[in-house]
Every structure is written in structure tokens, then in C-alpha cells.
Write a protein that binds this ligand. Structure first.
Ligand SMILES: *Cc1c(COP(=O)(O)O)cnc(C)c1O
Length: 410
């Protein structure tokens, strides 16, 4: 009789977004006249930029003729894209990254989830709390999380609380983790680490022999000089960090699918005999075995983001979302709410007033303002008492949401 992977049974049903949808639908059924503005979505809304569209059209045309047809490509991505990434995202910023340290993929969600394949099950994993749920759930599947307790924490995961109390900067835990997930600019809090705060974590990882898995899916939203665009801006990070990036939020590719992971050649792990093993080599082996490359059309679209037109057009789209984030952040502050994030990120993280819990504030915003957010508690125990609103809406809806919240005098 075959057996399943028992670890999957430990996972609770992902209840957050279905419960949000259920409450919105129930509210709309009871109040058909209500024009609900959805500010819970973590998906982009603007169409793809012209440069990407043109590149995709010509890539499609190439597929129509035997002479220019592309079948399987290199598992780690086409040289034209790996080179454009290394050149524009790294070398142009003075960061030494070689083309063969770049691994193109179909998403940062799959890469951050799959990276566990090359790491021992015995590793102790740390995540910030609140957190992007993928890091936790994939470690549950991989048998690294232990058992879940009443308060929603996994017994073998080390939680790094990030709240208003510590300015959303994770402190070093008592127990030293082997693997540390950091996501900056952060989803869900919309906060960042400055250069010295990120350096402290790189130094910590070097001292302790830990691996940092650095998710910078929101890098394109950074405008402050003191916020690093890449963890490799920090000295010594090449020996301790893997970086994940995606075209999803950078260029609206959530439906196109293209991302990449950087695994530097100085990065070594230890096997159970104490030998040093290259992670770049292991990840190449993993990708070549389990992945057959992102589509040629997606990779052509991604490469077009690095042309002068592509850069200008994506910067404009990001600017549109950042303007929404400004309106939310400042407007909600004027409405008397305590608001965090939303500076170099498309998310604002709002403290619920008068100690309400996340779901109670969600219901109140929905009922009194017809604005739907995402309850902070859905991202981890330390997200309790917060709600997330996103800038991925129209400018007009963003203004209207702020107007309603201000008038409601919550
Ligand atoms: C949106 C997002 C990603 C991007 O995932 P893709 O699979 O590339 O679309 C990665 N990490 C975080 C934290 C995100 O919010």
C-alpha cells in the first residue's frame, strides 16, 4: 500500500484569502448597494509595458518558423537574459555577479519553495513573523517545522517577531538558526532594512555559519539611497546568501511568469561527512533535473525590461503604485491611524485602533468604509493587531478609500 507525505497533513487549510473572500461576498449579499474597494490583493493591476508586449509578439512570430523556432532552452535560462540580469541588476551597480550565478525560473514562489530540496531536513529554520506564508508551509512539507501549537507557531521554527515595538527590525534569536529567510522590502509589512541593519544579519550569518535566503521581489520599489537593492551590496554576503528576484512585481509579470535566483560560487554548505559542497553546483543539478526552463516568450519579455524603453516604462508603472502607497500612508495617518511601511514597497501596514484584533478591524473597515484589506494575523501570530492594505489598485480607488476612512473617523 502506498503512503503519502505525512507532512502535508500537518498543514491547515489555507484559510486567509478564502475567509477574506467569504466575508466580502457575505457583506455584498447583505448590502448589494455597497461599492467595496478591494485593497487586499497582492497582485499587480496595470497591463504589461509596451516593451515587453513587443518582445513577446516577436518571440511568438519566431516560434512560427522552423528557422527561428525554439524548443527546450537551457534549464538555467537563455544566455541573453542571464547576461542582461547580471549586467543591469548587479554589475551596473558595482556588484560582481557572473552570468552563471543567475538561474532563470518561472517564479520566486517556486524558487523560494524549491530551495529546500538542496538543504538537509535537520536544518533549523528562522522566519520573520509576520511572514510570506510560502517559507513556512514549504518547510512544513519538507519536515522541518515540527508540530503546530495552539498559538499558531511551529515547534521547530524559530520566529523573529517584527512589530512596531522593534521598529520592524528582527532581533537575533536566542537559538542560532541554520537557515534564515529575509524578505526586504517586506511583504506583508511594507517595511525595509537599511544598509547597516542588513549588514548586521550578514555578519551574524558569517559568524554562525548560517545561510540567508533573501527574497527581494519588491526591489524595484526601493527609492531610498540607504536601502540596499541587493544583499550582495553587503560585504561578505556572497559567502552566506542566496537572492531571489522576480519580474512579477517589477514588471507586472504575475501572469507571464519569469523570475531568477542568484547563487554565488563562494557559497558552500557542509555535507554529513564535513565536506564543503558548492550550492551553485547543487542548485544547477536540481534545476537541470526537475525544471525545463521558463518559456522562451517569457524570457524575451523579461529581457525587454532592460532596454532603455523597458526601464522607463516599468519605472513609470512602479511610480504609479508608489504614488498610491504615498496616498494611503499619508492619508491614513491624517485620519489618525498608526501606519507603517509603504515607503519603498506597495504595502501599508496599519495598527488596528484601540487594540481591536485584526479580523474585528477588517469587519469594521468593510462595514463602515466598504474597504477590504487583509488581516495581519493571517501572516503570523505577530501580525495580530494589524491589517495590510495594498497600493495595487487604481489611483482613483485609492483616493476614494482614503476619503472614506477619513470620513468614518474610526
Ligand atoms: C509576489 C511575491 C513573490 C513573487 O512570486 P512569483 O512566483 O515570482 O510571482 C515572491 N516573494 C514574495 C514575498 C512576494 O510577495
Amino acid at each position: 500500500m502506498f503512503k503519502i507525505n505525512d507532512n502535508f497533513c500537518k498543514l491547515s487549510e489555507s484559510y486567509l484569502f478564502s475567509e477574506v473572500a467569504r466575508r466580502i461576498n457575505a457583506y455584498k449579499a447583505a448590502h448589494p448597494e455597497a461599492d467595496v474597494i478591494r485593497m487586499g490583493i497582492g497582485d499587480v493591476t496595470l497591463p504589461l509595458c509596451e516593451a515587453a508586449i513587443e518582445a513577446m509578439h516577436s518571440a511568438v512570430d519566431e516560434q512560427a518558423y522552423g528557422a527561428s523556432f525554439h524548443g527546450y532552452g537551457p534549464e538555467q535560462g537563455y544566455p541573453f537574459l542571464r547576461d542582461a540580469i547580471a549586467e543591469n541588476d548587479y554589475r551596473a551597480r558595482g556588484i560582481e555577479i557572473a552570468d552563471d550565478e543567475i538561474f532563470v525560473s518561472d517564479g520566486a514562489k517556486s524558487d523560494t519553495g524549491n530551495i529546500g530540496d538542496i538543504l538537509a531536513q535537520a536544518n533549523r529554520v528562522a522566519v520573520t513573523d509576520p511572514v510570506y506564508p510560502v517559507y513556512v508551509d514549504t518547510n512544513v512539507m519538507g519536515g522541518r517545522a515540527g508540530l503546530i501549537s495552539e498559538d499558531g507557531r511551529w515547534s521547530d521554527i524559530i520566529y523573529l517577531p517584527v512589530t512596531a515595538d522593534n521598529g520592524f527590525v528582527p532581533a537575533f534569536p536566542v537559538e542560532v538558526p541554520d537557515v534564515i529567510y529575509l524578505c526586504y522590502p517586506n511583504n506583508p509589512t511594507g517595511t525595509t532594512l537599511n544598509r547597516s541593519q542588513l549588514k548586521a544579519w550578514v555578519d551574524y550569518a558569517r559568524r554562525n555559519g548560517s545561510l540567508i535566503l533573501f527574497d527581494s521581489a519588491y526591489e524595484a520599489f526601493i527609492r531610498d539611497e540607504d536601502v540596499p537593492h541587493s544583499i550582495y551590496e553587503i560585504e561578505g554576503a556572497r559567502e552566506v546568501a542566496i537572492e531571489f528576484r522576480s519580474f512579477s512585481k517589477t514588471a507586472g509579470f504575475t501572469g507571464v511568469r519569469c523570475a531568477y535566483t542568484v547563487v554565488p560560487k563562494e557559497l558552500y554548505g557542509t555535507d554529513n561527512k564535513g565536506n564543503k559542497v558548492s550550492l551553485n553546483h547543487l542548485w544547477l543539478r536540481r534545476q537541470c533535473t526537475k525544471f525545463n526552463g521558463a518559456s522562451y516568450i517569457s524570457q524575451r519579455a523579461a529581457a525587454a525590461i532592460y532596454t532603455p524603453e523597458g526601464k522607463a516604462q516599468t519605472r513609470e508603472a512602479i511610480g504609479y503604485y508608489l504614488r498610491n502607497a504615498d496616498i494611503l500612508r499619508e492619508g491614513l495617518r491624517e485620519a489618525g491611524l498608526e501606519v507603517f511601511g509603504g515607503m519603498n514597497a506597495p504595502y501599508v501596514w496599519i495598527k488596528t485602533p484601540a487594540g481591536m484584533d485584526s479580523w474585528a478591524f477588517f469587519d469594521m473597515l468593510l462595514d463602515r468604509c466598504h474597504v477590504a484589506g487583509t488581516p495581519g494575523s493571517g501572516f503570523g501570530p505577530s501580525g495580530e493587531g494589524y491589517i495590510r492594505l495594498t497600493a495595487f489598485n487604481t489611483y482613483e480607488n485609492t483616493l476614494e478609500a482614503v476619503r472614506r476612512i477619513r470620513n468614518a473617523q474610526l
